[in-house]
Design a protein around this ligand. Structure first.
Ligand code: G6P
Length: 467
C-alpha cells in the first residue's frame, strides 16, 4: 500500500496516553494515517532562535510525526503576517481588513521553501502527498522545485473568494500559478470550486478539459468540491455520555425553565459574533415577553491574539456584551453569558444537546463544523433548531436549517423567535433531514474519498502516458 504524507501548519500529535487530539479533522486524519502507515509533517507550534534544518521525528503507533520549529521572524511574517493578516481576510471577502506586506509575503514563501527542502529527505517515490490549508498554498511548487514528482493533493479548508476579490491581493496571480502543480485540489463548496476555476481561466488563461479539469501549459489539475464532514457517530455518543464541568453544571443549574441558545466559535471576525449579539438584542427588544425566559451562551476561545484585528474584535465583543447585558439584564437574569476558554468536545456536545437553538451565523465561513456538530448532538425525540448563515459552506448541505443573512439583524432576531416557538413535529422533521445529510459526508468517508481520488489521478496519468 502507498504511504500517505499529510502536511499542515498545525500537527496534532497524540498525548502521552496515545489519545489523538479531539477535533474531527485530527481524528479523521489520524485514522487515515494509521491505515496508510503515514507521516504527518508541519510546524511544531514552537519558536526557537536557531531551528534545526531537519524536523524532529516522533513515532507513535503506525504514524510518524515530523515537526519543525520556526524563528520568531518566521512566525511573525508567515503565520501572523501573510497567512493570517493578508490571505485570511481576502479569502473571507474582507478586502478592507487585508494587510499586505512584501516582507510578510517573502517570509511566507521562505517557510514554504524550508518545509519543502526538509520534506525532500522524507518523501519516498510512491508516497501520496496531501497538503492542507492556506498557510501552505505554494508548497507544491516548492516540492516540484526540489524534484518531487509524486501525486500532490491540496485541501482548502476556508472559502475561495470570487476572482474580483482574490485579485485584490498583491501576489494573487503568483499564488494562482502554483495551483496546477497540484494534481487534485479540494474545496468546501461548488461556489468555491467555481471561484477558483474562474480565477485560473481569467487570470492565467487556463483551459477547461472537463468541467472540473483544467490545463495550464503542460500541467493539469482537477478542482473539485469535497465538503468536509464530522465524526457523526462519535459526536452522537459524546452528546449522550454523562460527564461534568463547572460550565456545564452551572449552565444547567442557572437555566431552570429558561431555554438555552448557544454559539460556539473561535474569536474571529469572520464568525459574526458582535453582529449575532446585536441580533439577540434586537430579538429581546422586539419580543419583550421573552426577557428572562432565554439565555444565550456564547463560547469564543481567544484566537491569533498577536494579530491586531483580533485584539480589536475582542474589545468590540466586550463592549457589545457589556452594553446589552447592562441595558437589558435584570436582577437574577443575565441575557448573554460569554466565556473565552476552550472546552472539550465532550462538554460542547452536551451543551449542544441542552440548547433549544444553535446560532451559527458567520459573515463568511468555509464550512463551519459547529453547525454539523450541533445537529449530530441533538436528542432525536426533542431536537433543537439550527439557525445557519447563508454564507457558511454548511448552508449548501443543511438546507433544512433556518437559513439567514447574518448581516440582517431583524431577520436573525425573527429566526430566533421562530426557532423558540417551532412545534416539536417541525423540529424533528428538519433535524431528521439534516442528520441524513451528515451521514453522506462523514469525515472518515471524506478523507478516504479524497485519498482514493488522489491515488486514482496518478494511475490515470500513468495510463495516459503509456497510451
Ligand atoms: C481554521 C483554519 C485552520 C486553523 C484553524 C485555527 O479552521 O482553516 O487551518 O488551524 O482555523 O486557527 P489557528 O490559527 O489557531 O491554527
Amino acid at each position: 500500500m502507498r504511504r500517505l504524507v499529510v502536511i499542515s501548519n498545525r500537527v496534532a500529535i497524540p498525548d502521552a496516553t496515545g489519545k489523538a487530539a479531539a477535533g474531527g479533522l485530527a481524528v479523521a486524519l489520524h485514522e487515515a494515517l494509521q491505515a496508510y502507515q503515514g507521516l504527518w509533517f508541519g510546524w511544531s507550534g514552537k519558536v526557537s532562535a536557531h531551528p534545526a534544518a531537519q524536523p524532529k521525528i516522533i513515532d507513535k503507533g503506525q504514524v510518524r510525526y515530523a515537526v519543525m520549529d520556526l524563528t520568531s521572524l518566521d512566525r511573525q511574517e508567515y503565520y501572523n503576517g501573510f497567512a493570517n493578516r493578508a490571505l485570511w481576510p481576502i479569502m473571507h471577502y474582507r478586502i478592507g481588513l487585508s494587510e499586505f506586506s512584501r516582507a510578510d509575503y517573502a517570509g511566507y514563501l521562505r517557510v514554504n521553501r524550508s518545509f519543502a527542502s526538509a520534506l525532500a529527505h522524507l518523501i519516498q517515490p510512491d508516497d501520496l502527498i496531501w497538503v492542507h490549508d492556506y498557510h501552505l498554498i505554494p508548497l507544491a511548487s516548492e516540492l516540484r522545485a526540489v524534484g518531487i514528482t509524486n501525486s500532490i493533493g491540496y485541501f482548502h479548508h476556508i472559502p475561495w473568494p470570487a476572482p474580483e476579490v482574490f485579485g485584490a491581493l498583491p501576489g494573487s496571480t503568483e499564488l494562482l500559478r502554483v495551483i496546477p502543480d497540484y494534481d487534485l485540489v479540494g474545496v468546501q463548496t461548488e461556489r468555491d470550486a467555481d471561484n477558483l476555476r474562474r480565477s485560473l481561466v481569467q487570470e492565467l488563461g487556463a483551459i477547461h478539459r472537463r468541467a472540473d479539469l483544467l490545463d495550464l501549459g503542460s500541467r493539469r489539475v482537477r478542482i473539485k468540491s469535497a465538503p468536509i464532514g464530522i465524526d457523526v457517530h462519535g459526536f452522537q455518543q459524546a452528546a449522550q455520555r454523562s460527564g461534568s464541568s463547572r460550565l456545564l453544571n452551572q449552565t444547567i443549574a442557572g437555566l431552570g425553565t429558561r431555554k438555552l441558545i448557544i454559539g460556539v466559535d473561535r474569536l474571529d471576525y469572520s464568525k459574526g459574533i458582535p453582529e449575532r449579539m446585536e441580533a439577540f438584542e434586537r430579538f429581546l427588544v422586539s419580543h419583550p415577553d421573552q426577557r428572562g425566559r432565554v439565555t444565550y451562551l456564547q463560547i469564543a476561545p481567544t484566537s491569533r491574539s498577536e494579530v491586531p484585528e483580533y485584539a480589536t474584535l475582542s474589545r468590540v465583543v466586550n463592549e457589545t456584551l457589556g452594553r446589552i447585558n447592562g441595558s437589558l439584564g435584570e436582577p437574577g437574569w443575565v441575557p448573554i453569558h460569554y466565556v473565552t476558554s476552550t472546552y472539550s468536545r465532550a462538554i460542547l456536545a452536551r451543551l449542544y444537546r441542552l440548547s433549544r437553538v444553535g446560532l451559527v451565523t458567520p459573515i463568511r465561513d468555509g464550512m463551519n463544523l459547529v453547525a454539523k456538530e450541533y445537529v449530530a448532538a441533538q436528542d432525536p425525540e426533542d431536537p433543537g433548531v439550527l439557525i445557519l448563515s447563508k454564507f457558511a459552506g454548511a448552508a449548501e448541505e443543511l438546507t433544512d436549517a433556518l437559513i439567514v443573512n447574518p448581516n440582517d439583524k431583524v431577520e436573525v432576531a425573527e429566526a430566533i423567535q421562530q426557532a423558540l416557538h417551532m412545534s416539536r413535529e417541525e423540529r424533528v422533521a428538519r433535524w431528521q433531514a439534516m442528520l441524513s445529510v451528515l451521514w453522506v459526508s462523514d469525515v472518515s468517508q471524506w478523507a478516504a474519498s479524497f485519498i482514493k481520488d488522489l491515488a486514482g489521478h496518478k494511475a490515470s496519468r500513468a495510463r495516459s502516458k503509456i497510451a
